[in-house]
Design a protein around this ligand. Structure first.
Ligand code: CAA
Length: 260
């Protein structure tokens, strides 16, 4: 697929998916949502790619939300389909078997912050501005924000953010547990690339299993999740990566994982 609104770059095992509509502050129209889904699937199936970074083009915005011009005259059924399109695109990010890091480089509002929340975790520039302005538009977050925010920040903080539509800075979002780290603006991509490099050096299959378990455990009883943990832990011992990792430890050398 040729992309108009996203850029995909792959460098040394790290895939960067950049939302690229800077004139509209990278706002998400349907075309962009479809491209995000396609790009996520392509990065997932590319064996070269071990870690994915999602960011926004330009210096001002990660993503300033769903496209208000496209939404303005939607009917109820079209609104539902638009929400579903967002859910499908972000599920492709959330369910990717590889780690996905959001590098929030500016405004991450509404649907923009919902993209970041579908990633495994978020690093943000100190200049990032985060929030859910949807209720100021007579709607509410419809790309997963009502669900994914509460899992990180709790119900009460989520309600305050959504009911007020206020915008908060990166530090406040960090204090609420929404983002993992605030970094100087100019250092954001280099810090996230370094982090991706560190993750890339570890066993891909074990990271994949850990990610699945952590994500699924939200919907399972602790007993069921622990049973699955024991099975998946056992499964690691069927991989060449586990043999390599432990042999390297014993031989006092650095391991080289192949994801096998
Ligand atoms: N949709 C469509 N276009 C958008 C947009 C959006 N969400 N956000 C910004 N743009 C466009 C503006 O219309 C403007 O285009 P023109 O130059 O053609 O007029 C361009 O991007 C630059 O924006 P501004 O001139 O407004 O830039 P600013 O620096 O003055 O303000 C901003 C920046 C505070 C982010 C402001 O653009 C803004 O408030 N944007 C809307 C944010 C928002 O409400 N997001 C939530 C959308 S609803 C949603 O996401 C629903 C959902 O959950 C599914």
């Amino acid at each position: 697929m040729d992309y108009k609104n996203v850029i995909v770059e792959i460098n040394d095992g790290i895939g960067v998916l950049k939302i690229n509509r800077p004139k509209a502050l990278n706002a998400l129209n349907s075309e962009t949502l479809i491209e995000i889904m396609d790009a996520a699937k392509a990065l997932e199936s590319n064996p070269e790619v071990r870690v994915v970074i999602v960011t926004g083009e330009g210096d001002k915005a990660f993503i300033a939300g769903a496209d208000i011009l496209e939404m303005k005259d939607l009917t109820a059924l079209e609104g539902m389909a638009f929400s579903q399109r967002g859910h499908d695109a972000f599920a492709a990010l959330e369910n990717m078997q590889k780690p996905v890091i959001a590098a929030v480089n500016g405004y991450a509002l509404g649907g923009g912050f919902e993209v970041a929340l579908a990633c495994d975790f978020i690093y943000a520039s100190e200049k990032a501005k985060i929030g859910f302005p949807e209720t100021t538009l007579g709607i509410f977050p419809g790309f997963g924000g009502t669900q994914r925010t509460a899992k990180l920040a709790g119900l009460a903080k989520t309600k305050e953010l959504i009911f007020t539509g206020k915008t908060i800075g990166a530090q406040e979002a960090y204090d609420m547990g929404l983002i993992n780290k605030v970094v100087p603006h100019d250092q954001l991509m280099s810090d996230v690339m370094a982090l991706a490099g560190k993750i890339k050096a570890n066993g891909p299959f074990s990271i994949r299993l850990a990610k699945q378990l952590i994500n699924r455990s939200l919907y399972m009883s602790t007993d069921d999740a622990l049973m699955l943990e024991a099975k998946d832990f056992g499964l690691c011992f069927a991989t060449k990566d586990q043999k390599e990792g432990m042999t390297a430890f014993v031989e006092k050398r650095k391991s080289t994982f192949k994801g096998e």
